[in-house]
Design a protein around this ligand. Sequence first.
Ligand code: GLU
Length: 468
Amino acid sequence: MATQVRTRFSPSPTGALHLGGAHTALFNWLFARHHGGVFILRIEDTDMERSQAHFVDEIMESLRWLGLLWDEGPYFQSRRLPLYDEFVQRLLAGGQAYCCDCDPQELEARRQAALARGDKPRYDGRCRERGLPLGPKTAVRFKTPQTGVTFWHDQIKGHIAFENQELDDLVIRRADGIPTYNFAVVVDDITMQVSHVIRGDDHISNTPRQLLIYQALGAEPPLFAHMPLMLGKDRTKLSKRHGALPVLAYRDRGILPQALNNYLARLGWSHGDQEIFSMEELIRYFSLEHVGKAPGIHDEDKLLWLNSHYLKETPPAELGRLLLPFLAREGIATDDVAKAARVAATLNKRAKTLVEMAQAARFYYQDPRPYDEEAAARYLTPAAAPVLSLALERFRAGAELTEEGLTALLKELARETGRKVVEVAQPLRVALTGRAASPSLTELIPILGREETCRRLENALHFIGKDV
Ligand code: GLU
């Protein structure tokens, strides 16, 4: 094994980066960081028809947003074709690969016939010993040993073995000159000196094929660690049906990257009973020994729970900055970070996402009318008018807009109007925020300011039918 830990994340840019991909990327990143190693980004774009440049951008943007920065790359397989050819030539020269001119349609017919006979559909080895030269219509196949066993000690799953006779002579270079996945990956992992291949366990059946190619090339294979795939609540492969979204959709829903990282880290990996981890802690504690064999089940509520936690933990100034684009999406155009920070500090105990927070922040920036109907019917009644009038009078007269000042004022208003504090607070709350639930009045009134508070009280009195 190479002395330096080198891991890679190697997505195919045929779609956005989803939770499963981010999970794999995170584990590779954490493992590299834990060992002071190198994390490589490799774009596996040999499927020219399905690969798209905008997916590459999206994948990189997702990784940057998560903070999973790569030390090397991005390498693009599509730009490394001469290198793969060189390795193909080596195998051909060594007699470990051969050219094959079987017609794809005919191969398919033979496959179907094998299936119909109840046989395994595998290449029948027709071109194995023909010694065909490489030409424009020939594919290259790997000469898989027909006997023996290929095994490895998986860093997560333990001992895994495959009978070589189960593996047929796979195509390593198609007739159009493009290498196939199993071959390109081996050439890349050798030349990039990857020490640990950490990937989804849907790749387990590829590993014996890859190991045989290492062997044929006389190269030492990396260590393999196959992570259990993430599943939905019904224990089927995670998909949209389970509400799983691309990484950037979580960003747009107001999830914080730290919450998503923490969430993904705990899927399949544990460190005692601890649930909340800073990135530093994840790096410090991460190890493959504590990755379980059982799949992690996607649980949106847990993600939201973690997000609430991180919303509370994020310093207000930072939260204010994060909130601005979400306010803009609610139609609230502001670049006042300082105010957004004060606003966020009153909302971060309840909101589960930045989207919810921006929605709850609306009253700070816009007139609260129309009032929530139920709240207005209940609290903005003629009986409330004396409270609102008196409050207006006090604010006009210069009541102190501090937490202590306002706490005292609410008590005073209650005493003077012969009510309980909550009976005073609710009409004020609806007048100022339009709703029956809001951050505390003593927090929100200083942010609204005297003028705006007075204006809203006047409007509420008009609403009740009282002239002011
Ligand atoms: N491109 C492969 C995928 O997206 C990566 C497989 C590997 O890590 O070897 O699944």
